[in-house]
Design a protein around this ligand. Structure first.
Ligand code: F6R
Length: 242
């Protein structure tokens, strides 16, 4: 794991955007794996600026998102499809037909099989962006007694439901299930960027980097990946011995 420590969230966002910029320059038709949540918003804003000011061209890029809530259509403003359209896709020159988010509406088995096939047919993911859940989840791979390899339906952990309540009217409105890429799907990405910000992630980030590899801390599996860059601010790294 390469660890890149930044002063703050803005510097983290710039650094992550620079690495994505380099990936797109290197391979204009690359496959980017993307995440939602608060952490990558600044990165997406930097990429929008790079598109507007530096001509960063997304016309050949294909994206696959990590996850989607079950039961929400793409026009629901709480869906991850809606989030991606509004935080990134509508502001850059990527054809919407090149952007993919798991389907939370159709039968889960079909949605999962189709998503795995799609990623395989694209030739895999060149660079996967990840955020880190407070409980160590990546995508919606929640702490469990084993790792699940492929895209699958999950029951969200109470900690995740509580953390995501901030985006909904109240806790009852948070969906209880989601479709997520599996740990194997994520680990097959050729490069991984793990973005972590804030003191409240300091304990879990230390476990991810220095703790045992265990499905109880799903992101700990990243220790086994050959090309992971952790970009984290000082606050998030405040409990990590480097
Ligand atoms: C989002 C996702 C999640 C988030 C994680 C951190 O697509 O898969 O794993 O990355 O919950 O969320 P934030 O960034 O809101 O703290």
């Amino acid at each position: 794991m390469r660890i890149h420590k930044t002063k703050n969230y803005d510097e983290l966002s710039r650094k992550a955007a620079d690495l994505i910029f380099a990936q797109v320059m290197l391979r204009p038709a690359c496959v980017l794996g993307l995440a939602t949540g608060s952490t990558p918003i600044g990165t997406y804003q930097c990429l929008i600026q790079d598109h507007q000011n530096k001509g960063l061209d997304f016309s050949q890029v294909v994206t696959v998102n990590l996850d989607e809530y079950r039961g929400l259509t793409g026009d629901n403003d709480q869906s991850y499809r809606y989030f991606m359209n509004h935080q990134l896709f509508h502001h850059i020159n990527i054809p919407l037909s090149h952007t993919n988010v798991p389907n939370g509406i159709i039968a889960p088995d079909k949605a999962c099989d189709e998503y795995e096939r799609l990623i395989r047919n694209l030739g895999g993911i060149d660079m996967q962006v990840l955020g880190l859940g407070h409980n160590g989840h990546i995508g919606f791979n929640e702490p469990a007694d084993h790792f699940v390899a492929d895209t699958h339906q999950v029951d969200l952990a109470q900690k995740t439901i509580d953390a995501n309540t901030r985006f909904f009217a109240n806790v009852d409105a948070v969906p209880r299930q989601a479709i997520t890429m599996g740990i194997g799907t994520i680990m097959k990405a050729r490069k991984i960027l793990l973005l972590v910000s804030g003191e409240e992630k300091a304990d879990i980030l230390n476990q991810v980097i220095n703790g045992p590899i265990t499905p109880l801390v799903p992101a700990s599996i990243l220790q086994l990946h050959p090309d992971v860059t952790v970009i984290a601010d000082e606050a998030a790294l405040s409990k990590t011995a480097l």
